[in-house]
Design a binder for this molecule. Structure first.
Ligand code: GLU
Length: 293
């Protein structure tokens, strides 16, 4: 049987205007897709209905069009597929791996501080620098969890990571590919994330859950993303194994830094592509600046 061509995707969130870092990510995707004879899809990651806005989505199309990027197939908007994510979550719940957590951020902080005082040691942090969830709600009875959810308390749904890993047994790994067709196996260390949040009362999914479900539903074989998402890939591999989804190949591109050495980010008001364009930048010059010919 002929091998099907690789499928890539660029998956921005319409919660602000795209900046140079997004351009780098989109162009790297396009370059690798062209190099490996693949198709490049566009996915709009808009599950956060409070922060995503139609004008930012419109901006994504303008900016990508300006960069000269064309996408294959239909555009998938995550906000139209909550049922798919719910089905995934229910499957994990059916495995007994999901529990409701009613802790506020303040309560988590206080619990962590108590443990630190008790042990005299700093509490473990996840790769993003947040303290690992100390598990205060992990052992609530099912009945109490149901009662508090029904009473309208805000909650998060967390993955019981230790149980999930015990269920999967063997060590987890995934494959990283490079532009020359080289591949190398990387060991995943998902335990460093602890009991990650997979949904909230007001957002019935999460980035982690929707991204693995969509990559599978869209037949994505090659994920190209920034190094800032390298560690999170460990969580994605766990979810793929639990949900019987294939694990794509991954490639992590370097991040661009601003003048102060900080990673470019919408939250730090990095200059947007729209602003650069308004100041007279040309798409050609920008592509060259980012190292694309
Ligand atoms: N939507 C994510 C972002 O804008 C990237 C998606 C991914 O590569 O998984 O950072």
């Amino acid at each position: 049987m002929a091998k099907s061509p690789p499928v890539f995707r660029f998956a921005p969130s319409p919660n602000g205007r795209l900046h140079l870092g997004h351009a780098l990510s989109a162009l790297t995707n396009a370059q690798l897709a062209a190099h490996l004879g693949g198709r490049l899809l566009l996915r709009i990651e808009d599950i956060d209905l409070t922060r995503c806005r139609p004008e930012f989505e419109q901006g994504i199309h303008e900016d990508l069009g300006w960069l000269g990027l064309r996408f294959a197939g239909e555009i998938r908007r995550q906000s139209e597929h909550f049922a798919d994510y719910r089905a995934g979550l229910e499957r994990l719940a059916g495995l007994g791996l999901i529990y409701p957590c009613f802790c506020s951020r303040r309560e988590v902080k206080a619990a962590v501080r108590d443990r630190e005082l008790e042990t005299g040691e700093p509490w473990r942090r996840d790769p993003d620098g947040a303290p690992l969830y100390p598990g205060s709600c992990r052992d609530l009875s099912e009945e109490e969890g149901r009662r508090r959810m029904a009473a309208g308390e805000p909650y998060l749904l967390r993955l019981d990571m230790a149980q999930a890993l015990a269920r999967l047994g063997a060590e987890l790994s995934y494959t990283v590919f490079d532009a020359e067709g080289g591949e190398r196996l990387v060991a995943a260390e998902p335990e460093r994330w602890g009991d990650v949040v997979l949904a909230r009362r007001d957002t019935p999914t999460s980035y982690h859950l929707s991204v693995v479900i969509d990559d599978a539903l869209q037949g994505v074989s090659h994920v190209v993303r920034g190094r800032d998402l390298e560690a999170a890939t460990d969580i994605h591999v766990v979810l793929q194994r639990l949900l019987d989804l294939p694990t794509p190949l991954y490639h992590f591109h370097p991040l661009l830094a601003d003048e102060t050495g900080q990673k470019l980010a919408k939250s730090r008001q990095s200059r947007s592509l729209a602003e650069l364009r308004a100041q007279g930048a040309s798409a050609d010059a920008l592509r060259r600046q980012l190292g694309f010919t």
